[in-house]
Design a binder for this molecule. Structure first.
Ligand code: FAD
Length: 459
């Protein structure tokens, strides 16, 4: 397939109501303002737990490259006010409509990501730990991507997933469990909502044996073939046959994957020269020759921008409290300027078109969508490279926050006093940084396009 030398055009589709050109144009305004915002301590210092064990499989492949490591902050450099554990916690909405939740789940129903709230958290200055090429690859990375894409199988008990090989297997397992119920397994499954990848199904907090590990790794794709087949299967299942929600889910993940690949190619370490810089061949092979991957990153941008629009009043009224008044004033000023830009945007995504099925079905699908997305944030603990894990957590939390804003709150509940405490500081920081990373990817696409043209002219 020819490399993509021009940007995609036309409508983005799947509930996004704008076109690719609009996103490109909007991004010109956004990119410099976003840079300014993420440069400020409020948005640079991120609280995270990088040391949670992988809940799905034994994480054997730890990346030992220097570029995989994360530099954490000394406690005394973290503003006093943020050291309090309250500020990192994910909060409940004040709207009573969203408060009637089954007591059993430890994670709140409106959360699309699993919050990191415990004593192993550290503060990281994102500027000291840029997302870029680290050398992390091979079976461990492939296994994580495989697990993430497999989460795209919704509702294993319904016909909707027919044709997707992985879902077929899951459906078979479900049938077997129904016919031969094993109390222990069902309980774990129900409480944790984990769709366990891959066989054998590990129970949360217990590690598979060495033999099981070998078996797991024997199933990890050695080349790209297996994984490619799986993803193509899911993608094929997507555009034509499946429901809108499933396509949206797939495009979100694929868009994130594209964005990560672009950052890797844009800040590539050339081992021969010892220099960092853009690698056009990397971009062409990972992104350029796959138009749909390119399109999906614009889709993510449209979704996140819509979430930013929805919380624009909330952000404008937010108290950016670092303990230093002049710093706080400055953050407020720059965020207000960002919000002003956001408010000028045309609608980029219509979340109301999703989950419109009959009331019960729509609700069920929404719950599945949320549970599967949560699982992705858990899968991040299986990423065997600290820096990739850090940015994986930020960006899945950022996307999860966008989904939470879009699907767990109506416009009215995000206005004025009602919105107080709807999002934690970590969620706001993750959302804005994710928006910035997507924005940087879109800018990089344009730069790679120019590089490609220049190469063509030279040849
Ligand atoms: P991968 O990117 O591993 O992709 C695997 C397969 O998925 C491909 O063969 C293809 O079939 C399919 N695929 C690829 N892109 C898409 C898409 N957009 N949509 C649909 N299908 C797709 N490495 C770094 O150097 N720096 C990082 O910061 C970094 N962060 C990471 C974060 C996470 C969460 C993960 C899981 C990995 C990260 N990695 C990072 C590793 C990196 O993403 C790749 O896995 C690695 O570079 C190997 O790339 P690859 O070409 O084999 O294909």
């Amino acid at each position: 397939a020819p490399a993509r030398c021009s940007n995609p055009s036309g409508l983005i589709g799947d509930s996004s109501c704008c076109d690719y050109e609009t996103v490109s144009k909007l991004n010109v305004d956004f990119s410099s303002k976003l840079h300014e915002v993420v440069d400020m301590p409020f948005f640079r210092y991120f609280k995270v737990n990088l040391y949670k064990p992988c809940p799905f499989w034994d994480n054997a492949g730890l990346c030992m490259n220097r570029d995989c490591s994360v530099e954490t902050m000394d406690k005394e450099n973290v503003p006093e006010k943020w050291r309090s554990h309250h500020l990192g916690k994910v909060s409940m909405p004040t709207n009573p409509l969203f408060q009637s939740r089954p007591a059993k789940l430890s994670i709140k129903d409106q959360e699309f990501c699993v919050p990191d709230v415990d004593s192993d958290e550290v503060y990281v200055d994102l500027k000291d730990n840029p997302e870029r090429f680290t050398g992390y690859s091979g079976p461990s990375a492939a296994m994580v991507w495989k697990a993430i894409y497999e989460e795209n199988c919704f509702d294993v008990s319904r016909e909707m997933t027919a044709g997707c090989h992985y879902c077929e297997t899951e459906r078979q397992k479900l049938k077997e469990r129904q016919e031969h119920p094993s109390a222990e397994h069902n309980q774990v499954k129900e409480e944790s909502n984990i769709l366990v990848p891959p066989e054998p199904a590990p129970i949360e907090n217990s590690k598979p044996s060495r033999e099981q590990m070998n078996e797991i790794f024997s199933k990890v794709p050695k080349g790209k073939g297996d994984l490619q087949q799986l993803i193509q299967g899911i993608a094929k299942d997507g555009p034509e046959e499946s429901c809108l929600e499933k396509r949206v889910y797939y495009r979100l993940i694929s868009g994130l994957h594209t964005s990560i690949s672009i950052h890797i190619c844009d800040e590539w370490f050339n081992q021969t020269t010892g220099e960092w810089g853009p690698n056009l061949d990397c971009f062409i092979s990972r992104v350029g020759i796959h138009p749909e991957r390119l399109e999906n990153i614009y889709f993510d941008y449209a979704v996140v921008l819509r979430a930013m629009t929805k919380i624009s009043d909330y952000l404008a009224g937010y108290e950016f409290c670092t303990g230093d008044e002049s710093v706080d004033k400055n953050v407020k000023k720059v965020v207000t300027e960002l919000v002003d830009l956001v408010k000028k945007c045309p609608p980029t995504f219509d979340e109301k078109l999703l989950f419109q099925d009959t009331q019960d079905e729509g609700k069920r699908l929404k719950n599945q969508f949320r549970d599967h997305f949560r699982n992705i944030t858990r899968i991040m603990d299986c990423v065997g490279c600290e820096k990739c894990r850090l940015w994986g957590k930020i960006q899945t939390t950022g996307l999860g926050t966008a989904l939470k804003v879009l699907f767990s709150y109506d416009d009215a509940s995000l206005k004025g006093d009602k919105a107080e405490g709807v999002l934690s500081r970590s969620e706001i920081v993750a959302l804005v940084n994710t928006f910035n990373r997507l924005s940087e990817s879109i800018s990089a696409i344009e730069r790679f396009g120019v590089m490609y043209q220049e190469r063509l002219e030279r040849e």
